[in-house]
Design a protein around this ligand. Sequence first.
Ligand code: PLP
Length: 423
Amino acid sequence: MSASEDLHKRRLAAVAPGVTSAISSYVDNAAGGTLTDVDGREWIDFAAGIAVTSVGNSAPLVVQAVQDQVARFTHTCFMVAPYESYVSVCEQLNALTPGTFEKRSALFNSGAEAVENAVKIARYATRRPAVVVFDHGYHGRTNLTMALTAKVMPYKDGFGPFAPEIYRAPMSYPLRDGLSGEAAAARAIDIIEKQVGASNVAAILIEPIQGEGGFVVPAPGFLPALADWARSAGAVFIADEIQTGFCRTGDWFASTHEGIEPDLITTAKGIAGGLPLAGVTGRASIMDTVHAGGLGGTYGGNPIACAAALGAIETMRTLDLAAAARRIGATITDRLASLDHPAIAEVRGRGAMVAVELVKPGTLEPDAALTSSINKACHAAGLLTLTCGTYGNVFRFLPPLVMPDAILERGLDILSHAFDNNH
Ligand SMILES: *Cc1c(COP(=O)(O)O)cnc(C)c1O
């Protein structure tokens, strides 16, 4: 029995089966673009732990910062005895997120927790109940964020009842609706006005590029039109940049590509090189409304996670990982464009957040079975790929932004072969 098989047997007896893994090999160590499993097999990493280890695994500045911090103190709770690194991370978030207006930030443990807090803040500031989300949207697995998330399987099925006052509007999905950004926004706004009512809307909550929902890039003009509508309606425009943030799309934040300045931005995933940290950043005029003690949590902005974030942000800055994301994205996109495969309906994305959507040739009918076969072929050849999408028919590529060209090319060779051998 291999070491992974042995661990897998222990896992089946010990770990709740509701928690699954993309592969059944167990990790021994990982670096900037590869994982090595407990049997000594190397994997090329096109997942980065779901867009988390953008600076690579165990990035030197992250390791140093964490080691220094863990030896100084591990936890005091910022709500009990504050420390500098929490303040520094908030300063960085306020400076790096789009918008030159005065901002404040608060720190949490996970993306879902950040989204929940953004909704709390928007409701408090507006004194309104309704939150508008979009088809294919993903915002987490807690009770409120399950309600905000679109897809029932596996995220919501049997886990209700869900939080009230959540309304879903149609997303701009150019491949499937053929609408311009303006037309798609008009369609969504009409539904919001007729079915929710502008004066009831606390927040519009949207991913600038959808993550789990299929790396759906809205048509140009869609997000600015929604942001304009939110402003005119007195609602808070929240960009969930948990997957798109921190250089992934070729800029610090994806909102910048669309020229929007969200009122609030949620961040997590890529923020801290793999340590659990999340943030809500936004207009001081909104953030400052909440009463003292209304926000917080025992571990939010833990000092080790904050130290890691400062190391990760410094790494992104000194290595210019936004430029790296653009370069990696161009390499992946070129290779995907050169694949002559009848199931490819669209290659899309921005920066190093690239996806390919697979359909039955000549139709728009999703082909989840083919997506799954190609995914398995990649895994068998040592390439760690992920799928996504409401219909399970989208491949997504999220390599660490420090991945060396030679490894990226080797991964793309495996991917090309997997496409060639599966029709
Ligand atoms: C992953 C993700 C979340 C949830 O983050 P967790 O840390 O898993 O709670 C929320 N929104 C988006 C866009 C995400 O990609």
